[in-house]
Design a protein around this ligand. Structure first.
Ligand code: F6P
Length: 531
């Protein structure tokens, strides 16, 4: 890979204002339209030549061949010897997808039909609790078995017409205690969502929920369901097979909300809306597979990421949806991107030549503006920002508030780019009557360096279809960045060591094992915590 050339080009980048001065058509030439979406990356430092280099690097890395291999069911997750086929969960066309010579699509559709039947039953009251129709559904899961459905249930609130949804993830008993308090066990359905059905947080919370329910309900099994790849373990837990919605190991946890892990979402919005969500994902898949690299939304989003991170050296990326219902989207992208591309070793075991994926973080606008944007505008580090906003909201009667939201979103990317010079700040403060040293001092605090990069993704409205498009867009972006880095985006060995050590420390905390061999800092903390 041509990382040296990329860094050289990035080091020699022109100012954003120069790029716009040099090319009156920059906004049009450095933006992409796909369907009703608009992706504007003109406020990044990428020039025409930089873009050509980035596209050549993507081609050299074999993005297209790797993409085709993924869709074809080849075992591209080489460190776990697995195919990567979350796209099969949303395949809405006629294509077959073969794994070990067998078409997996009929199985995917059969499971989805069972999910729809179950979700309909819960929604229309034919599947009941001991106390009557289900009023509350608690999804117990963590990471990919929580963040996707939790994010989407919030995002699609205008489409809810089912029971109330709750999500419990943390092993901290506070999470489940606060969630169950106030719920009626006789009208609550508990969904245990865990690909492996071994995750300690989920299994512990599931047993807590079972004990809570057993105090009031005779047949708790009738009010439990499981979403998992581990049939034997769900049976051991006591969940009947007709309450288990299975999937295969070729669906990664953080890519799993399109299948059974999405059951809570389906219960919230109904099977038709869930299918619309899948269709949005499928639509983005088709675009990703068919569009040439330079017109390909996920590819261009990835190239902006590579430019900012591996090129310019910006270590973080802020995701800033101007959409209150996307409150959990930054957390969702955090797992998607950081668990996928936060690695130091390439597929062949060699050390990465460049930095791995960025730190992803964010909050919805406008809230963030009154919290951390200070640093984004005037801090010493540059934070590339990814703004997102809908053309319209779901509240026509509050259209004036949506206008304010949009104005704020656009104002931020404009302010980041144009900034405010010392001369401008001085003129403003002079008009307020300041003079001499005080004028100079005060003006300096009001300078905005500008020249700070951002992108803006505009979509028509946050419908299930559009949400599906956005999530698939980011999944493929992560894939492209991973291919360019030469890493495996589909394993997560980095989470294992902490799990192992926690398992070893639990008996020490209980006084059932000694802390011998532990470092002195850990021993000090243990001493304090054991009281
Ligand atoms: O520990 C990380 C992880 O394995 C994630 O990759 C996954 O999404 C999460 O834990 C939950 O795993 P499971 O669905 O198997 O409970």
């Amino acid at each position: 890979m041509n990382w040296t050339d990329l860094k050289k080009r990035a080091d020699a980048r022109a100012n954003l204002s120069e790029l716009f001065d040099q090319n009156a058509d920059r906004a049009r030439e450095f933006s992409l339209r796909y369907g009703d979406m608009l992706f504007d990356y003109s406020k990044t430092h990428i020039s025409e030549d930089d873009r050509a280099l980035l596209l050549a690097m993507a081609a050299d890395a074999g993005v297209e061949a790797r993409r085709d291999a993924m869709f074809a069911g080849e075992k591209i997750n080489e460190t776990e010897d697995r195919a990567v086929l979350h796209t099969a969960l949303r395949e809405m066309g006629e294509r077959s997808v073969l794994v070990a010579g067998e078409d997996v699509i009929p199985g995917v559709r059969a499971t989805r039909a069972r999910m729809a039947e179950f979700a309909d039953g819960v929604r229309n009251g034919s599947i009941k609790g001991q106390g009557g129709a289900i009023t509350d559904v608690v999804n117990i899961g963590i990471g990919g078995s929580d963040l996707g459905p939790a994010m989407a249930v919030l995002a699609l609130a205008p489409y809810h017409n089912g029971p109330r949804l709750h999500f419990v993830a943390n092993v901290d008993g506070a999470d489940i205690a606060d969630t169950l308090r106030g719920l009626d066990p006789a009208t609550t359905l508990v969904i245990v969502a865990s690909k492996t059905f071994t995750t300690i947080e989920t299994m512990t919370n599931a047993r807590t929920a079972q004990a809570w329910m057993a105090k009031a309900v005779k047949d708790t099994g009738a009010q439990f369901a499981a979403l998992s790849t581990a049939d034997e373990k769900t049976a051991e837990f006591g969940i009947a097979p007709d309450r288990v919605f299975g999937f295969e190991d070729w669906v990664g946890g953080r890519y799993s909300m399109w299948g059974p892990i999405g059951l809570s979402l389906m219960i919230a919005i109904g099977a038709d809306n869930f299918n619309a969500f899948l269709s949005g994902g499928y639509d983005m898949d088709c675009h990703f597979r068919e569009a040439p690299l330079n017109e390909n939304l996920p590819v261009m989003l990835a190239l902006v990421g590579v430019w900012n991170n591996q090129g310019c050296g910006h270590a973080t990326r802020a995701v800033l949806p101007y959409d209150q219902r996307l409150t959990r989207l930054p957390a969702y992208f955090q797992q998607l991107e950081m668990e996928s591309n936060g690695k130091s070793v390439a597929m062949d075991g060699s050390a990465l030549e460049v930095n791995s994926g960025p730190v992803v973080w964010g909050e919805p606008g406008t809230n963030g503006q009154h919290a951390f944007y200070q640093l984004i505008h005037q801090g010493t580090r540059v934070v590339p920002c990814e703004f997102m906003v809908a053309r319209s909201g779901h509240e026509p009667e509050l259209a004036h508030q949506h206008e304010l939201l949009v104005a704020n979103c656009l104002a931020q990317s404009e302010a980041l780019m144009v900034g405010r010079s010392l001369e401008e700040a001085t003129a403003i403060m002079a008009r307020r009557g300041l003079t001499g040293d005080e004028l100079d001092r005060q003006a300096r605090h009001r300078v905005f360096p500008g020249n700070r990069p951002s992108t803006t993704l505009v979509y028509p409205k946050l419908t299930p279809f559009v949400l599906g498009q956005i999530i698939a867009l980011y999944e493929h972006r992560v894939f492209v960045e991973g291919v360019m880095l030469g890493i495996n985006s589909y394993d997560q060995w980095g989470v294992e060591l902490g799990k192992e050590l926690a398992n070893a420390l639990t008996p020490v905390l209980r006084g059932e094992a000694s802390d011998e061999g532990k470092d002195s800092s850990t021993r000090l903390l243990l001493d304090y915590l054991r009281g």
